[in-house]
Ligand binder design. Structure first.
Ligand code: APR
Ligand code: PHB
Length: 392
């Protein structure tokens, strides 16, 4: 088989890139290791930056998001001293869209099917070849048979544990990482949200987050030690701890119910440079991971896809390779700004095991400053709603 762009990974990055390329007449093949149902079973974050919203609309997958998504003007932050609101719309004139990543992925799968795009599931043993040459190709096995795809370019959209990043020689790669000493225990529940917008809670017992998917589906998280397991947390124990960390007026009005999903996710900041080697371009989680505190994971995947799509389109339509040549530097510039913001949100809102009293007071004064400063809130808001994809 031959195609123009071979895409490794059928998550949000791979599917969105394939959708945008196909709509511009550029041929792709997506190789996904898992089944479609498995990919859609993953519960991920639910906040879309407005640039991501506009990119999804441009890709032709914005209709259900616009119907079912919830537009938020801001969010709440709570500390032992009370809760305050940061109004993104007032501070920086932008909003965010609450719409689950699972739904984004579902919409992308449906759109790819409607286009007749080639998405190959249960593709095993994917391997990238001659990536630094002029004739790269990909091999994989399916149903026991060996396959080969010759292509012009390869997009590594296969996430943190994928095969693409390791294809770049260690001598070329520089990896930066911080692993946080706690995890997030998250649940989904068919209950109404406890507030009109998200609540990020800094509490001496640990961080908590009250989020949502729709008027009858909530997503809650509490910080837990890395040694905890899902089995350690009954629903009752989870609800009691969540309520203990949220403002009393919120906890008292909270509707609880049985969890329909419960999982613990570790938190790390990770960036691998460069995001290009020869004919291979890394997109999304294959190149970087952010702690979910800043809701940046899917949104960084979207900006990577935006830059790579524009670069490939310019190449195929006008023979202009400048976007491809600048891809890694341009994408990494935005990745690092979002990595910094996600690190700031995480270190400001969580209790660290080795946190000294001084650290605690610094954290509290950071949030008190934010509560009382329109300028500080504008700085937080412009990062939370997403820095512009381009400098225009
Ligand atoms: N071969 C083929 N597919 C693979 C391989 C492989 N060797 N390794 C991984 N994959 C697939 C995974 O099964 C997954 O479906 O690549 C896909 C990668 O998807 P994600 O991990 O979701 O990464 P990405 O598409 O970049 O989306 C980033 O997803 O994980 C969240 O928080 C993250 O919101 C962010 C978003
Ligand atoms: C979610 O709804 O899953 C969510 C929202 C905001 C975050 C992280 C997760 O920062």
């Amino acid at each position: 088989m031959r195609t123009q762009v071979a895409i490794i990974g059928g998550g949000p990055s791979g599917l969105l890139l394939s959708q945008l390329l196909n709509k511009s007449g550029i041929e792709t093949v997506v190789l996904e290791r898992r089944t479609r149902d498995y990919v859609l079973s993953r519960i991920r974050a639910g906040v879309l930056e407005w640039s991501t919203v506009e990119l999804l609309r441009a890709a032709g997958v914005g209709d259900r998001m616009d119907r079912e998504g919830i537009v938020h003007d801001g969010c709440y932050l709570s500390t032992a001293k009370g809760m305050f609101h940061v109004d993104f719309k007032e501070r920086v004139g932008k909003q965010v869209m609450i719409y689950g990543q699972t739904e984004v992925t579902r919409d992308l799968y449906d759109a790819q099917e409607a286009l007749g795009a080639t998405v190959i599931h249960e593709a095993e043993d994917v391997a990238l070849h001659d990536v630094d040459g002029d004739a790269p190709f990909v091999t994989y096995t399916k149903d026991g048979a060996e396959h080969r795809i010759d292509c012009d370019y390869i997009a590594g959209c296969d996430g943190f544990h994928g095969v693409s990043r390791p294809t770049i020689p260690e001598s070329i790669r520089t990896e930066y990482e911080r692993v946080y000493p706690f995890g997030w225990l998250g649940i989904l529940a068919e209950t109404p949200p406890c507030a009109d917008e998200l609540i990020y809670a800094n509490h001496p017992r640990g961080f908590a987050l009250a989020s949502m998917r729709n008027p009858n589906l909530t997503r809650y998280y509490i910080q837990v030690p890395l040694t905890d397991t899902v089995e350690d947390w009954s629903d009752d124990a989870f609800w009691a701890e969540l309520k203990a960390r949220l403002p009393k007026e919120v906890a008292d009005g909270m509707v609880t119910g049985p969890s329909i999903e419960k999982s613990i996710a570790p938190l790390r900041s990770f960036v691998s440079e460069p995001m290009r080697w020869g004919r291979l371009f890394l997109c999304g989680d294959s190149a970087h991971i952010v702690p979910p505190t800043g809701a940046k994971g899917l949104n960084l995947a979207a900006s990577d896809v935006h830059y790579l799509f524009e670069g490939l389109k310019a190449f195929y339509q006008a023979g202009d390779a400048s976007g491809l040549d600048s891809y890694s530097d341009v994408a990494l510039a935005r990745v690092w700004k979002a990595t910094r913001f996600s690190w700031w949100m995480t270190t400001s809102m969580h209790r660290f095991p080795d946190q000294s009293d001084f650290d605690q007071r610094i954290q509290e004064s950071e949030l008190e400053y934010l509560a009382g400063s329109a300028v500080a809130q504008a700085a937080m808001a412009e990062n939370y709603v997403g820095l512009p994809f381009d400098d225009d």
